[in-house]
Design a protein around this ligand. Structure first.
Ligand code: AMP
Length: 426
């Protein structure tokens, strides 16, 4: 078994990892760290929850440690590494991790993102930081204002590149890459590799070493997935029923639109369940407030859209509910990646109306597994809730018609993105 010490990381970093309770590298870390330490470019296929952040951050810190300086002079702290992330939440989390990993080293890091007053970021930038984590738009604002200098950047990381593509950041990314010194090491992480991402990789990575962590890791069967067939008009009632009857807490609920996220959160509050909503129209302060309330248990349900939830890292989040199924099967994988992290158990519950069957089929194709369809026994089922899945129920309204395949026990499907069972977590 590889240890962090085997990977060639210095004592200060090992101590920081110990403080965090990381006992052994995750597969992506064991694969990426040696390649990056050798100075090679990396192209990695990895989802959130694999430990990918430490995968790129640890070698980056190890390599920068040679330049670490206790001097207070800003000139001794030029930006040497740039990490780009698609959303503010992910950028914040990445920087928090970076800061934790280099807490015993005199390296400085900063995160800059849009939606907050740019002026507050300028003094810190002026005082000098080696590691800058940024969302693309805000980075370009600083470039335009000449409030940062990228001429010393020797390392570039693109995190969740496919999401940057989805969010329309491709032109910004190309502009930023064009502003950096040519002699630099690059790492790119993406969960998926559509054509445009492959082209981007070809254009800026130099002879990259490719790394892919197994999508299915038999050692990490920690997410239970279940589908509850339901008429679309009764989803809210079913959600309320599930949360109340099972006394669920810390439930992250996904909806397809911002409008629906707001509406559902209001309706849940009216039903007596404390719920918050986060989506792209909320200010950064509102999102952080909602997330904090959720993390601290003041809010029981957090309703989110895919974009807003990207990069959320809520420790040991037990439940993810797909109120609407995503139209893109890969988003399903991202969503359920919010639960069952780093060895903790989790449950992914999907409320699926008949019209969503085609999305369900796409998801099953991607996962190469059939998800368990299970009408909720103590929620009075309607015939049409079952129609999409099984033959119409008999007049006695048995939840499952005799001809129907019996629901199997929820199958533990291998989670796609977890370190081996038994690894520590912070
Ligand atoms: P990431 O995929 O980078 O978002 O990481 C997912 C979660 O796993 C975060 O909470 C990390 O702090 C945690 N983590 C990362 N690497 C390890 C490790 N080697 N051991 C235990 N937990 C880890």
């Amino acid at each position: 078994m590889t240890t962090f010490a085997d990977l060639g990381l210095r004592g200060e970093i090992l101590r920081a990892l110990e403080d965090l309770g990381y006992r052994e590298p995750t597969p992506i870390q064991a694969a990426v760290v040696p390649i990056a330490l050798a100075g090679r470019d990396v192209l990695a296929a990895a989802q959130t929850g694999t430990g990918k952040t430490a995968g790129f951050a640890l070698p980056l810190i190890e390599l920068l440690a040679a330049h670490a300086s206790t001097s207070t002079s800003p000139a001794r702290h030029p930006i040497r590494a740039l990490i780009l992330a698609p959303t503010r939440e992910l950028a914040i989390q990445v920087e928090e991790s970076v800061r934790a990993y280099c807490k015993h080293l005199p390296l400085r890091s900063l995160v800059v993102y849009g939606g907050v007053n740019i002026d507050t970021q300028i003094p810190v930038l002026r005082s000098g930081v080696e590691i800058l984590v940024a969302t693309p738009g805000r980075l370009l604002d600083h470039v335009q204002n000449k409030t940062l200098n990228l001429s010393q950047v020797g390392m570039l990381v693109l995190d969740e590149a496919d999401r940057m593509l989805d969010m329309g950041f491709m032109p910004d990314l190309r502009r930023i890459i064009g502003l950096l010194p040519a002699a630099r090491q690059n790492m790119m992480f993406s969960a998926t590799f559509p054509e445009e991402i492959r082209r981007l990789a070809d254009s800026f990575l130099k002879n990259p070493e490719r790394v892919e962590v197994a999508r299915r890791n038999a050692a990490a069967e920690t997410v239970t997935q279940v589908v509850h067939p339901v008429h679309h008009e009764r989803k809210r009632a079913l959600l309320v029923h599930l949360v109340k009857s099972r006394d669920l807490r810390q439930v992250l609920v996904f909806t397809g639109t911002k409008l629906m996220a707001n509406r559902l959160a209001n309706e849940l509050n009216r039903a007596g369940l404390q719920a918050g909503a986060i989506h792209g129209d909320k200010t950064q302060q509102e999102r952080i407030k909602a997330l904090d309330a959720f993390k601290h248990g003041e809010v029981r349900i957090l309703v989110a859209t895919d974009v807003a939830a990207r990069g959320l890292d809520i420790e040991a989040l037990p439940y993810v509910v797909n109120y609407d199924l995503p139209h893109n099967a890969e988003d399903y994988v991202h969503r359920i990646g919010r639960t069952g992290r780093a060895g903790a158990r989790g449950e992914a519950i999907s409320l699926v109306s008949e019209a969503e069957n085609r999305y369900l089929e796409d998801i099953e194709k991607l996962l190469k597994t059939q998800l368990v369809k299970q009408p909720v026994a103590d929620f009075s089922g309607r015939a049409d809730e079952l129609a999409g899945y099984v033959a119409a129920p008999s007049a006695s309204a048995a939840p499952v018609a005799p001809a129907a395949p019996r629901p199997r026990a929820p199958k533990q499907i291998a989670a796609l993105f977890l370190p081996p069972a038994g690894s520590g977590r912070r």
